[in-house]
Design a protein around this ligand. Structure first.
Ligand SMILES: [Zn+2]
Length: 275
C-alpha cells in the first residue's frame, strides 16, 4: 500500500483509491496555508461504501474527504484542497469551524454498541460478535461502555493516507472529532488508538521536516539563569528551576531555535544560551 497526493489534490497509488462517490456539493477551497490538520472520525454506519455514498449525496449536509472501509478500501470524495463538511460545530485551540482548516477522514465503524446476549448491537440494528466489541471508557466520559473495534487493515490504511497527506500539506495536528466537538461527538472513540497514532505520525514528521535531527552532543550553559521548559516555546511550562551558568548538558534534539537538553532532568532551552 503506497499513496501520494497529486497536483489536483487526489490520492494516487495502490491499491486504487475509489472515486465512485464524489461530493460535488463541496466547492469552496481552503485559504492559503490550509489544511494544517487532520480530523479522524467514525462513520457510525453500515459499510464504507454506504457511508461514502451517503456523504457524497447532494441532499446530505455532511461530507468528508476520505472514507476508509473495514477491509482497508479507500474512497476519496473530494479533492484535498476543498473544504468538506465533516466537523460541524467545533472549537479547539482558539479556533471554531474546523471544516475550514482540516481534512476529514471517516473510518467505517458502527460506533457505540449495546450488549444483547452474546451479540452487540449498533444504533441502526447492526449485530456484531464479541470479538468486534471493546469495553472502554471514552476520553470525555467516566463510565465504560461497548464500542465497535476498528480493523488493523483500516488503521494501516489510515496511517498510509495520513502520511501521503502530510507529505503534501504542512499538517500540524491530528485530532479526533471528539476533541473539537466535545459533548456533541464521540468519534473516533476509545477503540481507535488516537494518541499513539498521532504521536507516531507527528513525531516522525517533525524529525524529517521542521526540525533538524541532531546526534547527541555536549554543551554548556553560557548565561546566568537559563529557563528549561517542557516544550520548545516560551509558553511551555518550566521543568525545574533554571539551569546555572557553566552547567554541562547533552543536546538531544533541536527545533525552532531551541535545544532539548539532558542533565539529571530533560527539557527545552533557548539554543542561543548553550555553547
Ligand atoms: Zn465525526
Amino acid at each position: 500500500m503506497n499513496y501520494s497526493v497529486n497536483n489536483e489534490h487526489w490520492l494516487e497509488g495502490e491499491p486504487v483509491v475509489k472515486r465512485d462517490y464524489l461530493a460535488a456539493k463541496n466547492k469552496s477551497k481552503f485559504a492559503a496555508n490550509f489544511p494544517d490538520s487532520i480530523i479522524i472520525h467514525f462513520t457510525a454506519g453500515r459499510s464504507g461504501q454506504s457511508s461514502a455514498k451517503y456523504l457524497a449525496d447532494p441532499s446530505v449536509k455532511a461530507s468528508a474527504h476520505i472514507v476508509i472501509g473495514r477491509e482497508g478500501t479507500v474512497y476519496q470524495l473530494a479533492p484535498l484542497d476543498t473544504i468538506t463538511w465533516h466537523a460541524g460545530v467545533s472549537s479547539y485551540g482558539g479556533r471554531n469551524n474546523w471544516n475550514e482548516y482540516s481534512i476529514g477522514i471517516e473510518l467505517d465503524n458502527a460506533g457505540p454498541l449495546t450488549k444483547a446476549g452474546n451479540e452487540y448491537l449498533s444504533w441502526f440494528g447492526g449485530r456484531y460478535p464479541e470479538n468486534e466489541a471493546i469495553y472502554d471508557i471514552h476520553r470525555n466520559e467516566n463510565q465504560p461502555r461497548y464500542w465497535h473495534t476498528f480493523t488493523q487493515l483500516q488503521i494501516e490504511a489510515c496511517e498510509v493516507v495520513c502520511r501521503a497527506i502530510m507529505a503534501k500539506y504542512a499538517i500540524k495536528s491530528i485530532l479526533g472529532h471528539e476533541e473539537i466537538s466535545v459533548g456533541r461527538k464521540v468519534d473516533p472513540g476509545p477503540a481507535f488508538p488516537l494518541d499513539k497514532f498521532r504521536e507516531q505520525l507527528l513525531t516522525q514528521n517533525r524529525q524529517s521536516g521542521e526540525s533538524l535531527e541532531v546526534a547527541p552532543q555536549e554543551g554548556e550553559v553560557i548565561t546566568d539563569k537559563l529557563n528549561i521548559r517542557e516544550d520548545a516555546s516560551v509558553h511551555a511550562r518550566l521543568v525545574s528551576s533554571p539551569l546555572a551558568q557553566g552547567q554541562k548538558v547533552t543536546i538531544v534534539d533541536e527545533k525552532n531555535g531551541w535545544y532539548k537538553v539532558k542533565t539529571e532532568i530533560e527539557g527545552w532551552v533557548n539554543k542561543a544560551y548553550v555553547r
